[in-house]
Design a protein around this ligand. Sequence first.
Ligand SMILES: [Zn+2]
Length: 363
Amino acid sequence: MARIFISPSKYVQGPGELAKLGEYVVSYGKKALVVISAGGIKRFGGVLEESFKAASLDFQYDNFNGECSQDEIDRLVEVYRSSDTDVVVGVGGGKIFDTAKAVASNVDAPVVIVPTIAATDAPCSALSVIYTPEGQFKEYQFFKANPNLVLMDTEIISKSPVRLSVSGMGDALATYFEGRACTRSDAGTCAGGKSTGAANALAKLCYETLMAEGAKAKLALEAGVCTESVEKVIEANTLLSGLGFESAGLAGAHAIHNGLTAMPETHVLYHGEKVAFGTLVQLVLENADEIYEVLDFCVEVGLPVTFEQLGVKDASYERVLEVAKLACAENDTLHNMPFEVTPEKVAAAMLAADAYGREALAE
Ligand SMILES: [Zn+2]
């Protein structure tokens, strides 16, 4: 298997960058189809319109219907085809930019992703998570290219709910360990090959950045300000983790996250919050040196470390084993771990992670 590394063509991050969006987008097309929610237009419409006007870029809004479903993708493909738009721009959260990526890929148009939160590492990737119109997970769609441009306005993101950015840190926390496991097992990645030294180096920097800056950044975010520390964490959550997970590989943490869907009470938690707990479980499975460092970090920034914090009141062995069985599903990434993993081993690791977590919270 070849070593493969993929990434967006351009990544822009800084305070006030949204005001320059038109300047950037005009290099990709003459008229933008802007996928955005009604709330997004209210909050950012003024800045967007001024920036498009300054760049002499024509545009039309399309109100996102709230779900990244095949129906919504097909509808927007029709809108694109029946208009004279030639570039797709997604402004908002995960479902909006996943939809924008899918639409652009369908019509072979350039795509610009403008996240207004830093809650996951999805923006830079060449894949989207597709849901049913009712909001149930349906499938991953993989595209032939990553976004042409990802633009993060850190002034906007530092004003977004703190819990979302902390959740992004939880998603980013897994990247180094999952990549390391894939390298040890010689597993393939979402990029379609083996990992590179480059992807692993980015994943390691992602982890080191969180350890050095995560707690400081959280306090600054709570004060509603964008500091150097916040900038570094936004980069870790989005760029470092994004390139890291896609080209270095997924393993235990995300499989545990997927297994947790067997406990419906965890559905209200964010992706990164569940991935953080999955990271602890993976580290227990590996009996890794970093377990207490990661545990302390989670406690400090407020990521869940126990079943109770995940909203699970009944963590009986039978229920935990159900989660473990689902995490061990044939096509999931737990099999990228460099040793044999059984549902029994995973259930034991989950219960041990919960015990470590309870002890850490009691201190
Ligand atoms: Zn993730």
